[in-house]
Write a protein of this length. Structure first.
Length: 366
């Protein structure tokens, strides 16, 4: 079953991105599996024109190949819409054997959140009228990943005043859609991510994640929904990426299960056969620069454009990333294919501290 590269085309790739790509490629290819490329360009405001083409060119140059045509999220809105409609048919109270499994007609339930609430059930997907400022003011600060824990304001409003919520929807008030986490004590509330670097990581969904946005107030489908839909439909079962997404893995497993409960993807070939298998995750330590700041695409110094322009070779870049992955003792130049034999996550698992690298690791006079 395949692995995937899933870059966001928001700028030129840097050493930190290449290190994750190399890990993903080695993980899939060392088992003789396919490697898929998905361009995560759903968040249009973040997309930089031409960045996807440069990423593909950089991957070719590095010797990191993939199978088939790249999948562009921007061409998959209909699938995300269908997935969301499936989830909107569920309530949080639905057991694993949801009655919707049989019905499976994917009918969008207009205003279903308010209707469910009026009927006394908690909808799995509900509208949230809170602004970011509202949420920040009401939430405890979180660790440095992408989560701001939602305090549940609109979930409570829906339970207590469903008709007001219905009225706000009818008025066209701006809102996002959130997925409700199970309540504490529900068997679905605790999810264990089996990670080859960080071991078995247990997350309590209501306590560690909270209700999360699946469609943003600007109408765009959110990362957590689209990535789950795509991995499911593409049959991906090997996911390698930065450890800032470790907590997201628990949420994505939860969304995946709910999509399967709702019968989503039943007609797709291959995807759902894979869906019931365990997903192999490897979340990687993050890479900081010498000043301790996480490498970002905004920092040009270690990006592929700069490195290639200064004559750094593909083998130097791969060798450096292999060293970051713990696959060689020194950052010696090598080809990606040289690393396939005997590839393992063991060294990284034994030392999973975030890494920091100097500002000019290839001594090109930056
Ligand atoms: N597109 C995401 C990123 O570039 C990665 C998402 C994922 O691997 O799940 O950060």
């Amino acid at each position: 079953m395949p692995g995937r590269f899933a870059p966001t085309p928001s700028g030129r790739m840097h050493i930190g991105n290449i290190y994750a790509m190399l890990g993903a490629w080695l993980s899939a290819r060392s088992r003789g599996d396919d490697m898929l490329l998905r361009i995560e360009d759903i968040d249009e405001p973040r997309v930089v024109p031409g960045a996807a083409e440069l990423m593909m060119d950089d991957l070719h140059w590095l010797g990191l190949d993939w199978d088939g045509d790249p999948v562009f999220q921007s061409a998959r809105h209909d699938l995300y819409r269908e997935a969301l409609h499936c989830l909107e048919n569920l309530t949080i109270d639905d057991a694993y054997d949801s009655p919707f499994d049989e019905r499976n007609d994917h009918t969008p339930a207009v205003g279903s959140a308010a209707n469910n609430a009026i009927a006394g059930t908690t909808p799995l997907i509900y509208p949230c009228f809170c602004s970011r400022a509202d949420i920040r003011a009401a939430s405890a600060p979180q660790e440095g990943d992408r989560f701001v824990m939602y305090p549940g304001t609109c979930r409570r409003a829906l339970a207590e005043h469903p008709r007001q919520v219905e009225q706000r929807l009818a008025n066209g008030d701006r809102h996002s859609l959130r997925i409700a986490m199970p309540v504490a004590g529900d068997a679905r509330a605790v999810v264990t991510v089996h990670d080859r670097v960080f071991g078995n990581c247990r997350f309590d969904l209501p306590r560690d994640l909270g209700d999360t946005v699946v469609r943003r107030a600007d109408g765009l489908f959110a990362y957590q929904l689209v990535v789950t839909v795509d991995d499911l439909l593409m049959g991906v079962d090997d996911i390698v990426r930065g450890r800032d997404l470790l907590r997201s893995a628990a949420l994505q497993l939860y969304i995946r299960e709910r999509l399967l409960d709702a019968g989503f993807g039943d007609s797709s070939d291959g995807g759902v056969a894979a869906a019931h298998r365990d997903i192999r995750f490897a979340h990687l330590p993050l890479i900081d620069n010498a000043a301790g700041r996480r490498l970002s695409k905004r920092e040009r110094s270690l990006d592929m454009g700069t490195l290639r322009k200064h004559g750094v070779t593909a083998h130097q870049v791969i060798g450096y990333c292999a060293w970051l992955l713990g696959l060689q003792q020194e950052p010696e130049p090598c080809a990606a294919a040289d690393l396939l034999h005997g590839f393992s996550w063991d060294a990284l698992a034994a030392d999973s501290q975030d890494r920091s690298i100097p500002d000019d690791p290839f001594s090109i006079g930056l």
